[in-house]
Design a protein around this ligand. Structure first.
Ligand SMILES: Nc1ncnc2c1ncn2[C@@H]1O[C@H](COP(=O)(O)OP(=O)(O)O)[C@@H](O)[C@H]1O
Ligand SMILES: [Mg+2]
Length: 492
């Protein structure tokens, strides 16, 4: 993986650098060329002016024209030849009387001279301007530059024009410096790019590799596998999420294991007991007249098995979302009283004090009555189960705005802080030592599921040694006759 990431970064860097170097080399070449061309053109302008000056001096020495053929002194001829050889350009001299004359071996075709553009430029020069035009000789390719300067007589009158044509297509420019600079900067950036891609690739791929290793280990069953989190970037966030997920999964796995263990235990001990007594009755160890109490125990154990299986079925049914709620309006005070009464025998056995903070008048709520009865039963069952002899069980229900708060409190052993986040998890039992007869760790998760189904919430406040209080919310409802009066509002 490291190599792939490295090569990808490296390719991207290299491509970017090569492209940049190519573009800048191209721009540099064009710039150098334009500069060279400008320099050449201004040199040629100077040369043309020199020729014009020589012609003027020759005029001053009183040479002048002889008929239609102009006279060219040796100095002018020599200058023209040297300019032509040095710059490999074409030199024309045009006279104000309109006769073109080719100097030395330079020839002018009538066609070239007669083109409108050429004549126009020629007249401009003859009227005293200096010109500088491209493509006069070859309008298609425009690779020649024409420079024209007027040539004056000693009296200052325009006598004619000195025209130089030079092809810039084969303008020789020395690009070796430019290319060398481009190559050097390219090589430097490439070296820097390689270095950077190495650093970035390894700094990016190392955490990814660590994550891959951890995930692979986790998938192979090592639930303790975690990723060390470094920094704050996306990869750190990913590592953090993985760790959280791993934490959840391993806790789930842990509770599944302990559930299987405790269910097996819960099932085995009553079954062993039932089998023992029935075998005793069958082989006569327990005589028929003494069978009564033993049958009673067998019945109790069967009831416990049924309760356990029912809990499991309830939970799986609620979790799969198959049971639809049957909401109705009922008095929560009445339901709370009935729920306590169900535990009358156990309350008396343990000699518990019961405080019921319930008002006489009905406190109406809207919920599935049977489900809420189960919630209360599970909470009261827990309180009674964990309370010591002579402990206190307190129940209360009160209205709070649109909600109704129901609480079940005891002054028993309480729940340790570190167990609090998990007590609503399936199969979670804070007191891991407690065994037979003490439940399965399903009660509170059923409670939570039922309330979630109602869109309600349950909270617990407890501390070790300080008792426990479970408070849940219910939707408050109006009395049926009041509801009728306020029904327009209610429908909002
Ligand atoms: N009133 C309580 N006092 C102390 N601990 C409690 C109380 N209610 C619940 N717990 C803790 O929460 C755990 C989960 O409760 P529950 O889901 O009802 O399972 P069970 O009652 O089968 O153990 C209990 O095992 C216990 O450790
Ligand atoms: Mg319970």
């Amino acid at each position: 993986m490291r190599n792939r990431l490295f090569w990808r970064l490296f390719a991207a860097f290299t491509a970017t650098i090569l492209l940049t170097v190519a573009v800048s080399a191209f721009a540099m070449v064009a710039m150098v060329r334009a500069e060279r061309q400008d320099a050449l053109e201004s040199e040629l302008t100077v040369q043309a002016r020199d020729i014009a000056l020589l012609l003027r001096q020759q005029d001053a020495q009183n040479y002048g024209f002889f008929g239609r053929e102009p006279y060219l002194g040796a100095a002018v001829k020599q200058k023209i030849v040297s300019v032509r050889e040095e710059y490999n350009c074409t030199v024309w001299l045009a006279y104000a009387n309109g006769v073109a004359y080719a100097v030395e071996s330079d020839t002018v075709s009538a066609e070239q001279l007669r083109s409108d553009a050429m004549l126009e430029q020629l007249y401009r020069v003859l009227s005293g301007a200096e010109i500088h035009v491209r493509g006069l000789l070859d309008p298609e390719t425009a690779s020649t530059v024409t420079i024209g300067v007027p040539w004056l007589s000693s009296a200052g009158r325009v006598q004619g024009a000195v025209m130089l044509h030079i092809s810039v297509a084969d303008l020789k420019v020395d690009y070796s410096d430019t290319i060398r600079n481009a190559l050097i900067s390219g090589a430097l950036s490439l070296a820097l790019g390689t270095f950077l891609s190495l650093i970035i690739a390894s700094s990016q791929s190392k955490p990814l590799r660590r994550i891959t290793t951890a995930v692979t280990q986790f998938a192979q069953g090592n639930l303790a596998s975690r990723i060390p989190v470094q920094g704050k970037g996306e990869i750190a966030a990913l590592a953090q999420s993985f760790n959280t997920m791993a934490e959840d999964l391993s806790r789930l796995e842990e509770s599944r294991r302990s559930f299987v263990a405790s269910v097996s235990h819960e099932l085995r001990s009553p079954l062993t007991c039932i089998r023992g007594y029935i075998e005793g009755m069958q082989d006569g160890t327990i005589p028929p007249e003494e069978q009564g109490p033993y049958l009673e125990i067998v019945l109790q154990e069967t009831n416990r098995l049924t309760a356990l299986v029912n809990d499991l079925l309830d939970l799986s049914r609620i979790e799969s979302g198959k049971v639809a709620l049957k909401p109705e309006v009922f008095d929560i005070n009445e339901l709370a009283r009935l729920s306590v009464i169900k535990f009358e025998r156990r309350i008396e056995e343990k000699n518990l004090n019961v405080e019921v903070h319930l008002r006489e008048e009905p406190l109406l709520v809207r919920a599935d009555r049977d489900r809420i009865a189960q919630v209360l039963t599970n909470l009261i069952d827990n309180a009674i189960k964990f309370l010591p002899e002579g402990g206190l069980l307190a129940l209360s229900a009160r209205e709070a705005g649109r909600e109704c708060l129901v609480s079940v409190r005891d002054n028993g052993p309480g729940i340790a802080q570190e167990d609090l986040p998990y007590i609503f998890d399936r199969f979670y039992k804070a007191d891991k030592a407690h065994t037979s007869g003490m439940g399965t760790g399903l009660g509170l998760s059923i409670v939570k599921k039922i309330l979630e189904q109602h869109g309600q919430d349950i909270r617990v406040s407890s501390s070790k040694g300080g008792g426990a209080e479970f408070t849940f919310t219910l939707e408050a409802a109006q009395a049926p006759e009041k509801r009728k009066e306020e029904s327009p509002n209610e429908s909002l």
